[in-house]
Design a protein around this ligand. Structure first.
Ligand code: 3HC
Length: 314
């Protein structure tokens, strides 16, 4: 008989770098913050389809169209995967949609920016998916089992997303003067919002300390941001492009690239819902959810008729 308390067993699992599984006892605060982070991760994947879908019908070649369609389909799958992982903690998909639609849960700030040219699709793949990969590779070590396992599949697909994005940027950077200018313009518009994906500075982060203590997070916001900057600056230089940061400089002592200050007012106003396209993104999502109601009703009717088990969100 294990004489330890439930909390002692929970803490031993965390300390031993093992995984917390859905049926394990866990502090309510742990459950709530894992639901919060996984749900918002899922929301980000789903809303993130909008800026890219905007260019599927305008891709410059059939091959680029096919690649972009595959990527957007992957993002939909990542969202469904992460919603399924979130449901293991007893919250239904319908509840999660309601929390997103009413602004009670967030999605990544990055998806509130417009995609103005084809180069934006390259910048999103290279910078946005590149930033997501830095974060998600580390999240493969998160303490909640279903979340860690979801990251393994997602990271494999994200690598393709980043590669195809950088391939677009290489084509443009190697092209005509106007293509080079398009490439630089996209970097100028997506560089700083990509850095904001990692969240506020650790000193301003409401959740990082607790999430690190429970090994939900394995690296802090600033540590992940630094990893992304260090890997991306040389890639921009290889393209012959400029990072839009006059304060960017390499620190020989630490071996890291030092960046200027992020516009935190832009960051906080975007996540408050006052970004460039927040209202459009949510309106589009709500319409898609409402337009799909008949599918959910038909599937539910079929399941009831055939005596199948329904989950709460139905
Ligand atoms: N956009 C929107 N909200 C953000 C944000 C951002 N870039 N950064 C932080 N926030 C929010 C947090 O959610 C939190 O608000 P909440 O309490 O209402 O949830 C608040 O700002 C304070 O931030 P913290 O740093 O304290 O919050 P976290 O500890 O949750 O850290 C995070 C934020 C680093 C985004 C973390 O949640 C995380 O690592 N999430 C998993 C990865 C993820 O969601 N990535 C989003 C992009 S997915 C993607 O890009 C898809 C790909 O296919 C392109």
């Amino acid at each position: 008989m294990d004489a330890r308390t439930e909390e002692e067993r929970f803490n031993a699992i965390i300390d031993d770098d093992e995984k917390i599984e859905p049926r394990d006892w866990m502090p309510e605060a742990y459950r709530k913050t894992v639901i919060r982070q996984m749900a918002q991760h899922a929301h980000s994947e789903v809303i993130g389809m909008q800026p890219e879908a905007n260019w599927i019908a305008r891709a410059p070649t059939l091959l680029r169209k096919a690649i972009l369609i595959a990527k957007v389909q992957d993002e939909a799958g990542h969202g469904l995967y992460l919603y399924s992982a979130t449901e293991t903690l007893g919250v239904s998909r319908g509840e999660l949609q309601e929390l997103l639609h009413t602004g009670k849960q967030k999605y990544s700030s990055i998806f509130n920016y417009p995609t103005l040219s084809w180069a934006d699709i390259g910048a999103i793949g290279w910078l946005v998916d590149g930033a997501a990969i830095v974060n998600q590779i580390v999240l493969q070590g998160t303490s909640y089992g279903p979340y860690a396992r979801a990251m393994v599949k997602i990271c494999k697909e994200e690598s393709f997303h980043a590669r195809q994005g950088y391939s677009i940027m290489m084509t443009l950077a190697d092209g005509s003067d106007s293509q080079k200018a398009m490439c630089q313009d996209a970097i100028d518009r997506w560089w700083w919002p990509s850095l904001m994906m990692f969240g506020p500075h650790d000193s301003e982060s409401a959740h990082t300390a607790e999430s690190m203590s429970w090994k939900i997070k394995r690296k802090t916001n600033d540590e992940l941001r630094q990893m992304f900057v260090d890997q991306t600056v040389p890639q921009a230089r290889y393209l012959g492009m400029t990072i839009p940061d006059p304060d960017l400089e390499f620190d020989e002592e630490s071996g890291h690239w030092k960046i200027g200050e992020i516009d935190w007012e832009e960051f906080w106003s975007t996540i408050r819902g006052d970004g460039r396209l927040n209202r459009e993104r949510i309106a589009h999502k709500v319409k898609a959810w409402e337009d799909g109601a008949w599918v959910r009703e038909a599937a539910t009717a079929y399941a009831v008729k055939h005596g199948m088990k329904l989950d709460k969100s139905a």
